[in-house]
Design a protein around this ligand. Structure first.
Ligand SMILES: [Zn+2]
Length: 137
């Protein structure tokens, strides 16, 4: 008797969807996070010395360097914020269309432990590793 190859479960639509009692609190959480990030993003804008209205008249090199460093720091946090916002919105969309928790790459169910830690995970652990490894190259 030959052994059956392990079946790869493909995304077949609704068969995988999480029950609403799991999704509802998750959606509430994500919406809360979305609000928080939008707020943080707009307050970061105010913090950016390049955009501040009361930029000091002090044009010494030291002050300019300090402003540049501040600007870079603010810019980096804004990039992170925008990335998180995109992830949250994508996740909310996937909940709505019923593909939440399914790996975008290979279509298998993402481990629920992994989703508990990172609810916005798009890929299963194996695919995430692959994507990360590709980025580093
Ligand atoms: Zn995968």
């Amino acid at each position: 008797m030959k052994s059956e190859p392990k079946k790869v479960v493909k995304n077949t639509g609704l068969s995988f969807s999480f029950p609403m009692n799991v999704l509802k609190p998750l959606m509430d959480y994500l919406k809360g996070e979305e609000k928080r990030l939008v707020k943080a993003k707009s307050s970061l804008k105010k913090e950016d010395p390049f955009k501040g209205k009361n930029r000091e008249e002090d044009n010494s090199i030291d002050a300019d360097v300090a402003e540049q460093v501040d600007h870079d720091r603010v810019f980096a946090s804004r990039v992170e914020l925008i990335k998180s916002l995109i992830n949250i919105r994508k996740t909310l969309t996937r909940i709505k269309i019923g593909s939440y928790g399914i790996c975008e790459k290979c279509g298998v169910m993402i481990d629920t432990d992994r989703l508990a830690i990172k609810p916005t995970a798009e890929y299963c652990f194996a695919c995430e590793n692959e994507v990360e490894a590709r980025k580093k190259r």
